[in-house]
Design a protein around this ligand. Sequence first.
Ligand SMILES: Cc1cc2nc3c(=O)[nH]c(=O)nc-3n(C[C@H](O)[C@H](O)[C@H](O)COP(=O)(O)OP(=O)(O)OC[C@H]3O[C@@H](n4cnc5c(N)ncnc54)[C@H](O)[C@@H]3O)c2cc1C
Length: 355
Amino acid sequence: MLLPQPVLTTLIDLCGGAVHLPGDPGYAAGAQGLSPLAVAYPGDEAEVSELVAFAHRHGLRVAVQRTAMGCRPMSALHDAILLRTAGMSGVRVEAGLVRVQAGALWGDVVDAVGDRLVPVPDDPRLGVVGSTLEGGIGTFGRLLGLASSRVVGARVVLASGDAREADEDLLWAVRGGGPSAAVVTELVLATAEARTLSLWTAQVDPDEAVRLLRDAHPDGAGVTVRLSDGRLRADVVTFDGPGEPLSAGTVLRDLRSEHATTGPLAARFLEHLGVDDLRTLARTPAEVTVRLAGGALLGQPTGARTHTSSTYLVTSYGAPITLGVDAIALPAEVEDRLVALRRRIDPAGTFVLPV
Ligand SMILES: Cc1cc2nc3c(=O)[nH]c(=O)nc-3n(C[C@H](O)[C@H](O)[C@H](O)COP(=O)(O)OP(=O)(O)OC[C@H]3O[C@@H](n4cnc5c(N)ncnc54)[C@H](O)[C@@H]3O)c2cc1C
């Protein structure tokens, strides 16, 4: 899409000049293989507002990204500005809450909150906003619930460019409804009291894996079994004091430098887990994570994404699982409410959604 020269001149002056057009040195690094009209790095909410208002005025669309890790594909961006949030990574802790700007990573938050607990996903390189919009589940899920369930407030920039606190409807959508019809500029998350946590990791066989998953107390240890390269690994987190080590040779790991896996994410529920199922999974080339649900993952507060009844949450990185489990989908009534919300607050479709 070709823009008149005066419009281009205005565009490249936005965000304090941190706007890159095709051919600029910074464009390829920012576009990360996509082909947007421009890549922009706003430094604060006011610059996000200005950029979105500019796009809206000129009939352009806006796509938002931080890490692009495992995010769902987007439609062609020839008429869109790619807004990268990396320039807004502030994290502020206050009275049991943590205020997180759009570009902060989970690692930044873990560092800032000190002894308080946050529902960090397994990979601290993930963006806080993107993963929370998708629900966000991690090692402490049974203790703290989904990241989205800890959201107590959000600031957003709407398609008009207006910046404001998210109202009740938008806050509901931010709590797990996926990328929405606004740029989230700040999330406010409730942190939790410090607890004594221990994490063991061990290689296990299918019988041991099933025993760990089945025997854990409903509100107690967090149990995650990972299957990768045909091997089963169990991570067990105990709250308030060390539990029993899994077996000789197990390793106590540093919770803050956990996990570096790659691959796209497709979450699935597994209703009835058996030893044979795990044997089957261990033979697949996929990387699969089986988490015990329960605890704070049951009975979530109101939000677009809730986990209320499943015993296990199974996540597949890559190849499909062949156990007849269904991919996670938001319930139809949640999808309908999200569509209605988007139509109401972004009728022109300014924000690019995943396809
Ligand atoms: C290696 C790996 C490990 C993973 N592990 C886990 C895990 O343990 N637990 C878990 O829950 N998930 C996990 N995921 C999935 C991850 O949560 C999603 O891929 C998530 O979308 C990543 O968010 P991001 O902010 O890093 O990525 P981004 O690409 O920046 O964002 C993802 C989506 O959110 C939207 N978005 C981002 N920022 C904003 C904003 N400010 N305003 C509006 N929309 C925005 C984007 O448009 C995009 O569609 C993993 C993914 C990978 C690749």
